[in-house]
Design a protein around this ligand. Structure first.
Ligand SMILES: NC(=O)c1ccc[n+]([C@@H]2O[C@H](COP(=O)([O-])OP(=O)(O)OC[C@H]3O[C@@H](n4cnc5c(N)ncnc54)[C@H](OP(=O)(O)O)[C@@H]3O)[C@@H](O)[C@H]2O)c1
Length: 390
């Protein structure tokens, strides 16, 4: 059914910082056969993005521009029914994301986004998962630095370990980077509504089916087994929940899978500063006057310069154990927040549009929906997945 649609991929949010980088990546790498279009609420800004893309590939001068505004349901519906896969970088997702998820779930359209907002992921599961299962839509959240390195890295690590036995995987994240306006606004949105986050998670856990005879859980060991040198702090991001869902969906993770994620820091003062900074940001986000001060640090649409981004990097090391075997693996790459994220997001959409994948539907993870095919694409695009020792 979806093959008859006019576009393989529609990118919603190309006028923003990360959306612009994603559009540039598609202009360079999508290939002549891909039928794609840009969607957004401001035609003049969209036309300026298209001009930029035409300088990369003259064929992009013909890219169709679709009107789409999250306040105009009909325009969102039109995007969802015109595309086989929709990419959206329109965030904060808690604020703007739901109409498109709902429209894709109704229309049986595959969907990828960049959210790192657990509340959004859980609410979308509660409200739209069942319909997406019925229509065959694959709703894949967190296709950027949140959570591809961890989700696919844990998947890759599990595949190095014996089958059918309890497995434990720990991830140690090191990264350098800077936040865009969109990221700051999304993070402050999470901090400002922690009760909503816990409620959405509790409600989801109450209804989400669990596989019989297998379990998966997030490990919250205060002091992880040393897999890397330096200091570690628990990483309170959406990633462990995504990994847990992959483990619940795929038998390969074994009968009893546990996962812990930590940020790894070389020096104690940095670890202390990061913990204190997080506590301060959460405190400031609670009251409207201090929240708006925090939001003024970056305006939506702004992000780190190309020169700065060229110096940014990430490495996630995984220590996996089970069945008498221990393995250390790594996923690494450049510019995690933006350039690298644009690669991960665009390749996820291309993977859904073009690759032969397992049969999945509903809210699914990158490991469940795309697994090896996406790892293969990301390796070709310059990310490293490797076994350090086993
Ligand atoms: N998890 C990760 O690894 C990761 C990495 C990077 C970014 N992100 C997330 O991605 C999102 C985007 O970040 P960003 O820095 O690219 O943000 P941004 O530069 O502020 O871009 C936001 C985009 O959303 C559009 N938009 C806003 N409200 C809209 C509406 N009502 N209708 C239609 N379009 C609307 C904006 O259009 P206009 O240009 O018309 O204003 C713009 O294109 C954020 O939620 C951020 O947290 C996640």
């Amino acid at each position: 059914m979806t093959a008859e649609r006019p576009y393989d991929i529609v990118l919603f949010g190309a006028t923003g910082f990360t959306g612009g980088l994603t559009a540039e990546y598609l202009a360079r790498h999508a290939g002549a056969g891909l039928r794609w279009a840009l969607a957004g609420r401001n035609q003049a800004k969209l036309a300026a993005v298209r001009d930029r893309l035409a300088a990369i590939d003259p064929a992009c001068a013909e890219l169709p521009l679709l009107h789409a505004d999250t306040d105009d349901t009909a325009s969102i519906e039109a995007v969802a029914t015109a595309a086989r896969v929709v990419i959206t970088t329109v965030g904060p997702y808690v604020q703007y994301g739901e109409p498109l998820v709902a429209a894709c779930a109704r229309a049986g359209t595959d969907y990828v986004d960049l959210t790192g907002e657990p509340t959004f992921v859980d609410r979308m599961y509660l409200r739209h998962h069942e319909q997406a299962v019925r229509t065959g839509a694959r709703i894949v959240h967190a296709c950027g630095f949140d959570s591809i390195p961890q989700d696919l890295g844990a998947y890759y690590t599990v595949k190095q370990l014996p089958e059918g036995v309890p497995l434990h995987v720990e991830a140690f994240v090191r990264a350098s980077g800077d936040a865009s306006g969109g990221t700051l606004h999304s993070a402050v949105g999470i901090f400002a509504d922690l009760p909503g986050l816990y409620r959405a998670e509790r409600d989801r856990r109450a209804v989400e089916p669990r596989p019989e005879g297998r379990r998966a859980r997030i490990s919250r060991r205060p002091v992880p087994k040393a897999g890397v040198s330096g200091w570690t702090l628990p990483l309170p991001t959406v990633d462990p929940q995504i990994v847990e869902r992959s483990a619940l969906a795929l038998d390969r993770y074994g009968p009893d899978f546990s996962y812990g994620a930590y940020v790894a820091l070389k020096r104690l003062p940095v670890a202390v500063g990061m913990a204190a900074g997080s506590v301060a940001a959460i405190a400031l986000a609670q009251l409207p006057p201090t929240r708006s001060l925090l939001l003024r640090l970056r305006t939506p649409g702004e992000g780190p310069s190309a020169e700065k981004r060229a110096k940014h990097w990430f490495s996630v090391k995984f220590v996996g154990e089970g069945g008498g075997k221990r393995v250390v693996t790594e996923v690494a790459g450049r510019d995690p927040g933006y350039g690298g994220t644009a690669v991960m997001l665009a390749e996820s959409a291309l993977c859904l549009a073009q690759d032969d994948l397992p049969d999945t539907a509903g809210q699914v993870t990158t490991a469940t929906a795309m697994g090896d095919a996406l790892i293969d694409r990301l390796q070709k695009a310059g990310l490293t997945f490797r076994v350090i020792h086993s």
